[in-house]
Write a protein of this length. Structure first.
Length: 300
Protein backbone atom coordinates (compact mmCIF):
# COMPACT_ATOMS: atom_id res chain seq x y z
CA UNK A 1 0.00 0.00 0.00
CA UNK A 2 1.09 3.57 -0.60
CA UNK A 3 2.64 5.97 1.87
CA UNK A 4 0.29 8.16 3.82
CA UNK A 5 0.71 11.74 5.06
CA UNK A 6 0.87 12.54 8.77
CA UNK A 7 -2.22 14.75 8.52
CA UNK A 8 -5.06 14.00 6.14
CA UNK A 9 -8.05 16.16 5.25
CA UNK A 10 -11.35 14.30 4.95
CA UNK A 11 -14.24 16.56 4.16
CA UNK A 12 -14.30 19.39 6.68
CA UNK A 13 -12.13 17.50 9.15
CA UNK A 14 -8.41 16.94 9.58
CA UNK A 15 -7.15 13.66 11.03
CA UNK A 16 -3.67 13.64 12.54
CA UNK A 17 -1.85 10.34 12.18
CA UNK A 18 0.68 9.17 14.73
CA UNK A 19 3.45 6.72 13.83
CA UNK A 20 1.89 5.71 10.48
CA UNK A 21 4.96 3.57 9.71
CA UNK A 22 4.52 1.41 12.81
CA UNK A 23 4.14 -2.21 11.73
CA UNK A 24 0.92 -3.82 12.98
CA UNK A 25 1.14 -7.08 11.02
CA UNK A 26 4.80 -8.17 11.18
CA UNK A 27 4.36 -11.20 8.93
CA UNK A 28 3.17 -9.07 6.03
CA UNK A 29 4.68 -5.72 6.98
CA UNK A 30 1.35 -3.89 7.00
CA UNK A 31 1.61 -0.66 8.96
CA UNK A 32 -0.83 1.56 10.81
CA UNK A 33 -0.80 3.81 7.76
CA UNK A 34 -1.85 0.82 5.67
CA UNK A 35 -4.71 0.12 8.08
CA UNK A 36 -5.92 3.72 7.80
CA UNK A 37 -5.64 3.55 4.00
CA UNK A 38 -7.60 0.29 3.93
CA UNK A 39 -10.50 1.57 6.00
CA UNK A 40 -10.64 4.76 3.92
CA UNK A 41 -10.66 2.68 0.72
CA UNK A 42 -13.63 0.59 1.89
CA UNK A 43 -15.47 3.38 3.69
CA UNK A 44 -18.35 3.58 1.21
CA UNK A 45 -19.08 -0.11 1.79
CA UNK A 46 -18.41 -0.50 5.52
CA UNK A 47 -19.98 2.71 6.85
CA UNK A 48 -23.61 1.68 6.17
CA UNK A 49 -23.01 -1.26 8.51
CA UNK A 50 -21.39 0.87 11.24
CA UNK A 51 -23.48 4.05 11.32
CA UNK A 52 -25.30 4.86 14.55
CA UNK A 53 -24.15 1.66 16.27
CA UNK A 54 -22.28 1.92 19.60
CA UNK A 55 -18.70 0.97 18.80
CA UNK A 56 -16.07 -0.92 20.78
CA UNK A 57 -12.46 -0.84 19.62
CA UNK A 58 -10.02 -3.76 19.54
CA UNK A 59 -6.70 -1.96 19.73
CA UNK A 60 -3.13 -3.18 19.12
CA UNK A 61 -0.80 -0.18 19.55
CA UNK A 62 2.26 -2.43 19.40
CA UNK A 63 0.96 -4.61 16.58
CA UNK A 64 -0.64 -8.05 16.72
CA UNK A 65 2.54 -9.68 18.04
CA UNK A 66 1.92 -7.88 21.34
CA UNK A 67 -1.15 -7.96 23.61
CA UNK A 68 -4.05 -5.78 22.56
CA UNK A 69 -7.07 -4.55 24.47
CA UNK A 70 -10.75 -3.73 24.06
CA UNK A 71 -11.92 -0.20 24.63
CA UNK A 72 -15.58 0.73 24.96
CA UNK A 73 -15.28 4.18 26.45
CA UNK A 74 -14.28 7.01 24.14
CA UNK A 75 -10.54 7.76 24.49
CA UNK A 76 -9.18 11.01 25.87
CA UNK A 77 -8.56 13.79 23.40
CA UNK A 78 -11.51 12.85 21.19
CA UNK A 79 -12.06 15.43 18.40
CA UNK A 80 -15.26 17.40 18.91
CA UNK A 81 -16.59 16.31 15.52
CA UNK A 82 -16.67 12.62 16.45
CA UNK A 83 -20.20 11.57 17.41
CA UNK A 84 -20.79 9.63 20.65
CA UNK A 85 -23.63 8.22 22.72
CA UNK A 86 -23.54 7.78 26.50
CA UNK A 87 -25.27 4.69 27.85
CA UNK A 88 -25.56 2.91 31.16
CA UNK A 89 -22.49 0.79 31.75
CA UNK A 90 -21.84 -2.40 33.62
CA UNK A 91 -19.16 -3.50 36.03
CA UNK A 92 -16.86 -0.68 37.14
CA UNK A 93 -18.39 2.04 34.94
CA UNK A 94 -21.79 3.54 35.66
CA UNK A 95 -21.82 5.01 32.16
CA UNK A 96 -19.98 4.35 28.93
CA UNK A 97 -19.46 6.98 26.25
CA UNK A 98 -19.43 4.97 23.02
CA UNK A 99 -18.07 6.22 19.74
CA UNK A 100 -20.36 6.26 16.70
CA UNK A 101 -18.49 5.64 13.46
CA UNK A 102 -20.72 7.60 11.10
CA UNK A 103 -18.28 8.98 8.54
CA UNK A 104 -14.95 8.42 6.83
CA UNK A 105 -13.09 10.88 9.06
CA UNK A 106 -14.14 8.98 12.20
CA UNK A 107 -13.19 5.70 10.53
CA UNK A 108 -9.70 7.06 9.84
CA UNK A 109 -9.47 8.43 13.38
CA UNK A 110 -10.22 5.07 15.03
CA UNK A 111 -7.87 3.25 12.63
CA UNK A 112 -5.11 5.64 13.72
CA UNK A 113 -5.71 4.38 17.27
CA UNK A 114 -4.52 0.99 15.97
CA UNK A 115 -8.12 -0.22 16.22
CA UNK A 116 -7.77 -3.21 13.94
CA UNK A 117 -11.19 -4.77 14.56
CA UNK A 118 -14.34 -2.71 15.04
CA UNK A 119 -17.12 -4.30 17.13
CA UNK A 120 -20.62 -2.84 17.05
CA UNK A 121 -24.02 -3.40 18.63
CA UNK A 122 -26.78 -5.19 16.72
CA UNK A 123 -29.06 -2.19 17.22
CA UNK A 124 -28.74 1.50 16.41
CA UNK A 125 -29.15 4.71 18.39
CA UNK A 126 -32.86 5.49 18.48
CA UNK A 127 -33.90 1.82 18.71
CA UNK A 128 -31.29 0.26 20.98
CA UNK A 129 -33.71 -2.33 22.41
CA UNK A 130 -34.59 -3.68 18.96
CA UNK A 131 -31.80 -5.34 16.94
CA UNK A 132 -31.98 -4.87 13.21
CA UNK A 133 -30.34 -8.27 12.72
CA UNK A 134 -29.72 -11.50 14.57
CA UNK A 135 -26.81 -13.81 13.93
CA UNK A 136 -25.47 -17.32 14.25
CA UNK A 137 -21.75 -17.72 14.92
CA UNK A 138 -20.54 -20.99 13.38
CA UNK A 139 -17.25 -21.92 15.00
CA UNK A 140 -15.19 -24.71 13.41
CA UNK A 141 -13.86 -27.15 16.00
CA UNK A 142 -10.72 -29.30 15.86
CA UNK A 143 -10.88 -31.80 13.03
CA UNK A 144 -13.78 -30.02 11.37
CA UNK A 145 -13.43 -29.62 7.60
CA UNK A 146 -14.38 -26.61 5.56
CA UNK A 147 -16.99 -28.83 3.91
CA UNK A 148 -18.63 -29.58 7.26
CA UNK A 149 -18.69 -25.88 8.11
CA UNK A 150 -20.35 -25.12 4.76
CA UNK A 151 -22.87 -27.94 5.23
CA UNK A 152 -23.95 -26.58 8.60
CA UNK A 153 -24.24 -23.03 7.25
CA UNK A 154 -26.47 -24.28 4.44
CA UNK A 155 -28.65 -26.14 6.96
CA UNK A 156 -29.05 -22.90 8.93
CA UNK A 157 -30.12 -21.20 5.69
CA UNK A 158 -32.67 -23.93 5.01
CA UNK A 159 -34.29 -23.66 8.45
CA UNK A 160 -34.41 -19.87 8.27
CA UNK A 161 -35.89 -19.89 4.78
CA UNK A 162 -38.59 -22.27 5.99
CA UNK A 163 -39.50 -19.49 8.42
CA UNK A 164 -39.71 -17.09 5.47
CA UNK A 165 -36.52 -15.30 6.48
CA UNK A 166 -33.69 -14.31 4.14
CA UNK A 167 -30.28 -15.06 5.66
CA UNK A 168 -26.93 -13.84 4.38
CA UNK A 169 -23.48 -15.23 5.19
CA UNK A 170 -19.96 -13.90 5.68
CA UNK A 171 -16.62 -15.07 6.95
CA UNK A 172 -15.81 -14.10 10.52
CA UNK A 173 -12.33 -13.10 9.44
CA UNK A 174 -11.07 -16.12 11.37
CA UNK A 175 -11.94 -19.76 10.71
CA UNK A 176 -15.75 -19.59 11.01
CA UNK A 177 -18.85 -18.18 9.39
CA UNK A 178 -21.51 -15.71 10.48
CA UNK A 179 -25.08 -16.14 9.28
CA UNK A 180 -27.10 -12.91 9.57
CA UNK A 181 -30.84 -12.33 9.33
CA UNK A 182 -31.94 -8.72 8.95
CA UNK A 183 -34.99 -8.07 11.12
CA UNK A 184 -35.27 -4.30 10.56
CA UNK A 185 -36.03 -3.77 14.25
CA UNK A 186 -39.19 -5.87 14.11
CA UNK A 187 -38.40 -7.84 17.28
CA UNK A 188 -36.93 -7.39 20.73
CA UNK A 189 -33.63 -8.91 21.79
CA UNK A 190 -35.53 -11.50 23.84
CA UNK A 191 -37.53 -12.60 20.82
CA UNK A 192 -34.40 -12.63 18.69
CA UNK A 193 -32.69 -14.90 21.18
CA UNK A 194 -35.71 -17.21 21.24
CA UNK A 195 -35.58 -17.43 17.46
CA UNK A 196 -31.86 -18.23 17.33
CA UNK A 197 -32.40 -20.95 19.93
CA UNK A 198 -35.27 -22.46 17.90
CA UNK A 199 -33.17 -22.52 14.76
CA UNK A 200 -30.11 -23.96 16.51
CA UNK A 201 -32.13 -26.82 17.99
CA UNK A 202 -33.65 -27.58 14.59
CA UNK A 203 -30.24 -27.63 12.88
CA UNK A 204 -28.73 -29.83 15.58
CA UNK A 205 -31.63 -32.28 15.23
CA UNK A 206 -31.07 -32.36 11.48
CA UNK A 207 -27.27 -32.77 11.70
CA UNK A 208 -26.49 -34.34 15.11
CA UNK A 209 -23.11 -35.68 13.99
CA UNK A 210 -21.95 -32.32 12.66
CA UNK A 211 -23.37 -29.75 15.11
CA UNK A 212 -22.86 -29.11 18.81
CA UNK A 213 -24.51 -26.54 21.05
CA UNK A 214 -22.21 -27.39 23.97
CA UNK A 215 -20.58 -24.24 25.34
CA UNK A 216 -17.75 -26.12 27.11
CA UNK A 217 -15.01 -26.60 24.49
CA UNK A 218 -13.83 -29.90 26.02
CA UNK A 219 -17.31 -31.42 25.61
CA UNK A 220 -18.00 -30.44 22.01
CA UNK A 221 -16.49 -33.48 20.31
CA UNK A 222 -14.07 -33.59 17.41
CA UNK A 223 -14.95 -32.62 13.88
CA UNK A 224 -18.06 -30.62 14.75
CA UNK A 225 -19.28 -27.07 14.28
CA UNK A 226 -20.16 -25.19 17.44
CA UNK A 227 -23.32 -23.25 16.67
CA UNK A 228 -23.33 -20.27 19.01
CA UNK A 229 -26.90 -19.02 18.98
CA UNK A 230 -26.60 -17.00 22.21
CA UNK A 231 -24.73 -14.03 20.73
CA UNK A 232 -27.93 -11.99 20.61
CA UNK A 233 -28.49 -9.49 23.40
CA UNK A 234 -28.41 -5.82 24.24
CA UNK A 235 -24.80 -4.70 24.41
CA UNK A 236 -23.39 -7.79 22.66
CA UNK A 237 -21.19 -6.92 19.71
CA UNK A 238 -20.08 -8.38 16.40
CA UNK A 239 -17.67 -7.46 13.63
CA UNK A 240 -19.45 -6.24 10.52
CA UNK A 241 -18.53 -6.90 6.88
CA UNK A 242 -15.13 -5.60 5.73
CA UNK A 243 -13.77 -5.36 9.29
CA UNK A 244 -10.10 -6.34 9.63
CA UNK A 245 -9.18 -9.01 12.16
CA UNK A 246 -6.04 -9.05 14.31
CA UNK A 247 -4.67 -12.23 12.78
CA UNK A 248 -1.77 -13.29 10.62
CA UNK A 249 -2.39 -12.20 7.06
CA UNK A 250 -4.60 -9.24 8.01
CA UNK A 251 -7.79 -11.08 7.00
CA UNK A 252 -11.09 -9.30 6.49
CA UNK A 253 -14.60 -10.41 7.44
CA UNK A 254 -15.99 -10.86 3.94
CA UNK A 255 -19.60 -11.18 2.74
CA UNK A 256 -20.18 -14.29 0.63
CA UNK A 257 -22.83 -15.40 -1.79
CA UNK A 258 -24.61 -18.62 -0.90
CA UNK A 259 -23.29 -20.11 -4.12
CA UNK A 260 -19.78 -19.60 -2.69
CA UNK A 261 -20.75 -21.68 0.34
CA UNK A 262 -22.42 -24.36 -1.79
CA UNK A 263 -19.15 -24.87 -3.68
CA UNK A 264 -17.36 -25.59 -0.39
CA UNK A 265 -19.58 -28.50 0.71
CA UNK A 266 -17.19 -31.16 -0.57
CA UNK A 267 -14.01 -29.50 0.71
CA UNK A 268 -11.81 -31.59 3.00
CA UNK A 269 -9.67 -28.57 3.91
CA UNK A 270 -9.00 -28.54 7.67
CA UNK A 271 -7.57 -25.02 7.88
CA UNK A 272 -10.56 -22.84 7.04
CA UNK A 273 -8.80 -19.85 8.56
CA UNK A 274 -6.09 -20.12 5.93
CA UNK A 275 -8.72 -20.46 3.21
CA UNK A 276 -10.71 -17.44 4.40
CA UNK A 277 -7.53 -15.36 4.72
CA UNK A 278 -7.60 -15.05 0.93
CA UNK A 279 -9.70 -11.94 1.66
CA UNK A 280 -7.39 -9.42 3.31
CA UNK A 281 -6.53 -5.74 3.46
CA UNK A 282 -4.25 -6.13 0.48
CA UNK A 283 -6.93 -7.19 -2.01
CA UNK A 284 -10.41 -6.41 -0.66
CA UNK A 285 -10.57 -2.75 -1.82
CA UNK A 286 -9.92 -3.80 -5.42
CA UNK A 287 -12.40 -6.68 -5.15
CA UNK A 288 -15.09 -4.28 -3.92
CA UNK A 289 -14.41 -1.79 -6.69
CA UNK A 290 -14.76 -4.60 -9.21
CA UNK A 291 -17.66 -6.62 -7.81
CA UNK A 292 -19.27 -4.60 -5.01
CA UNK A 293 -20.78 -5.89 -1.78
CA UNK A 294 -22.07 -9.46 -2.13
CA UNK A 295 -24.82 -8.70 0.39
CA UNK A 296 -25.93 -5.64 -1.60
CA UNK A 297 -27.58 -2.57 -0.16
CA UNK A 298 -31.06 -4.10 0.04
CA UNK A 299 -29.87 -6.45 2.79
CA UNK A 300 -28.61 -3.70 5.12
Amino acid sequence: MSKIANTIAIGAHKVSLTNPDRVLFPGEGYTKGDLVAYYRAVSRWILPYLKQRPLSLERYPGGIAKPGFFEKNAPAGLPDWVKTVTLAGGGKRAQVRYLLCNDEATLAYVANLASIALHVWMSRVGSLDHPDFILFDLDRGDGCTLGTLATVALAVREVLQAKRLRPVVKTTGGSGLHVFVWTKGSMTYDRGRELTNEVALAVQEQLPKLVTLERAIAKRGRGKVYMDWAQVGRGKTVVMPFTVRARKGAPVSMPLRWTDVERLRRSTELDSGKYFARWNIGNVPALLRRSGDAWKAKNR
